[in-house]
Design a protein around this ligand. Structure first.
Ligand code: NAI
Ligand code: HPV
Length: 526
């Protein structure tokens, strides 16, 4: 039974799902050294923001197949290191959207009305109403940095409260922003005009210290900043200085450069700052959502099925994935076949999507073909995660083309491999029932289903040759399941494709090559 290590607090519903297929150990709060020691025995890790999955942990995880992040941000996982090792990293892109957006809104209103301090004062037996005069958000300008899932939900709610909305997000169009009720502006303008600024971007090298002393200098003295995204997007030192000197009016922070927040000057500040311990995703609903979402994906990957929200596999909507699944199998089979026909080192692979298939997203099909191509050399070490990197590292030039005019089957896939031992091509298609057919080898038309063990020959089309190969295999007790010949012209060149029940015994290929008229022979295991 596979083993899953749950490293951070996860809702029980997720653990129940995993327990159907795996032994689940819950060990939260382990230091990195401990994790490095125990990770070799695990097939999967399930984490939240509390655990840093470093390169050292990934390299020690000899059995690791998947790292599941029960939440959105994967900045605590060394994703490139996981990708190189072929480990899938999945997250829950939508499970906590509402929770995080509502927390940002709660912080905005709390800042405006001094809720935390006012609450504390009443609990301290005071009744001070003058100290807590607030400001309204109605008709104020909210600047949203990052108009993705959380930013958009914040926008909808803020609009309903009568706020004017500005947004900065270089990856979305002005039309999309307008649909959400926001005016898309440059960052400087957002800094200059906003009464409230809320951050909803991932932490990347570009967004680190996006809010620094220079940025703060552009803001109004009445501006309040809310960070429910990631620590480190705000330069905490610069923020502290600005708040202390009254250059901006306030800040509410849920996330910090280092978590848990240790010694920090931010704690010295008064009601102008609100600090919460990374609570954005901490609602009952969100925790069920993310636990189910990620546990199901870990379960699926452990059962050999694809994950729906992998961050290091070509991004695919589950519906698209479902639709493409038979084509991925086709691409992988053809990649494996053409790789074996080419033998030697493949230098380039052309992948041509033909007919109806040309209308599909090609990237996953390309990855599947590369996985198939490299599977002879790398066996189970190659997967959908690392196939492209492995191909690149081997210097394989990948050329992707489309020919939508071609009318055969319900679309077909043509692969052509050029390598140190020559050039070969194969074409395949899917029948109505999803069955794979190899429809062409080296431009010779055939129609055969792939078989575990196959023999391909290139020969002169002449009487007697098929009989000779049949008797030769018979004399070595090789049972032929099916045989087909493809040719372009009578008595020209032809290919023969044999499906056999067992692997071809040692030495027979050399015997086949001795048969007069046979030019080439290949044995293939799919
Ligand atoms: N405090 C908490 O507990 C939680 C925090 N988060 C954090 O919230 C952030 C946003 O999450 P989602 O909205 O779900 O992600 P998303 O991917 O839907 O949206 C992020 C948006 O940021 C934009 N973006 C990327 N780089 C940018 C840049 N340099 N400048 C401006 N915009 C940029 C993207 O185009 C995208 O529209 C993530 O960092 C996530 O980790 C998410 C959930 C809970
Ligand atoms: O989903 C995210 O990105 C979060 O920041 C939530 O973090 P958490 O799972 O609550 O540790």
């Amino acid at each position: 039974m596979p083993k899953v290590l749950v490293c951070d607090p996860i809702d029980q519903v997720g653990i129940d799902i995993l327990s159907q297929v795996a032994q689940v150990d819950v060990k939260t709060g382990l230091p990195t050294e401990e994790l490095v020691k125990i990770v070799p025995e695990y097939d999967a890790l399930m984490i939240r923001s509390g655990t840093r999955v470093t390169q050292e942990i990934i390299e020690a995880g000899a059995q690791l197949k998947i790292i599941g992040r029960a939440g959105v941000g994967v900045d605590n996982v060394d994703v490139p290191a996981a990708t190189r090792k072929g480990i899938v990293v999945v997250n829950s892109p939508e499970g906590n959207t509402i929770a995080a957006a509502e927390h940002a809104l709660a912080l905005m209103l709390s800042l405006s009305r001094h809720i935390p301090e006012a609450n504390q004062s009443v609990k301290d037996s005071q009744w001070d109403r003058k100290r807590f005069i607030g400001t309204e958000v109605y008709k104020k300008t909210l600047g949203i940095v990052g108009l993705g899932k959380i930013g958009s939900h914040v926008a909808a709610a803020a609009k309903a409260m009568g706020m004017k909305l500005l947004a900065y997000d270089p990856f979305i169009s002005a039309e999309r922003a307008e649909q959400i009720g926001c005016r898309l502006v440059e960052l400087d303008l957002l800094f200059q005009e906003s009464d409230y600024i809320t951050l909803h971007i991932p932490k990347t090298p570009e967004t680190t210290h996006l809010i620094n002393a220079d940025a703060i200098a552009k803001m109004k003295p009445t501006t309040r900043i809310i960070n429910c995204a990631r620590g480190g997007i705000i330069d905490e030192e610069a923020l502290f200085t600005a708040l202390k000197e009254g250059r901006i009016a306030g800040a509410a922070l849920d996330v910090f450069e280092s978590e848990p927040l240790g010694e920090s000057s931010l704690r010295q500040l008064g009601q102008e700052v609100i600090l919460t311990p990374h609570l954005g995703a901490s609602t009952a609903e969100a925790q069920v959502n993310v636990a189910v979402d990620v546990a199901e994906q870990i379960r699926d990957v452990l059962l050999g099925l694809p994950a729906r929200s992998a961050v290091n596999i070509p991004g695919l909507h589950p519906d698209v994935m479902e639709q493409l699944r038979p084509y991925l199998q086709l691409a992988e089979t053809l990649g494996n076949l053409v790789g074996q026909l080419a033998g030697g080192r493949v230098e380039s692979l052309e992948i041509r999507l033909q007919g109806e298939l040309a209308n599909n997203q090609s990237q996953p099909i390309v990855v599947a073909a590369l996985k198939g191509l490299l599977s002879q050399a790398l066996r189970e070490r190659v997967n959908y995660v690392n196939a492209s990197i492995e191909a690149k590292e081997r210097g394989i030039r990948v050329v992707e083309t489309r020919d939508s005019a071609r009318q055969d089957y319900m679309g077909s896939l043509h692969l052509e491999a050029k390598g140190t031992l020559g050039q070969h091509s194969v074409t395949g298609a899917l029948l109505g029932d999803g069955e794979i057919r190899i429809t062409d080898v080296d431009e010779f038309p055939i129609n055969v289903p792939p078989n575990r063990y196959m023999v391909f020959t290139r020969h002169r089309d002449m009487p007697g040759i098929i009989g000779k190969i049949g008797s030769l295999l018979g004399s070595f007790n090789v049972n032929i399941a099916s045989m087909q010949v493809g040719r372009k012209i009578v008595r020209g060149d032809a290919v023969m494709v044999l499906s056999i029940d067992d692997p071809l015994p040692e030495g027979i290929l050399a015997e086949i090559l001795k048969v007069p008229g046979i030019r080439d022979a290949y044995t293939v295991t799919l």
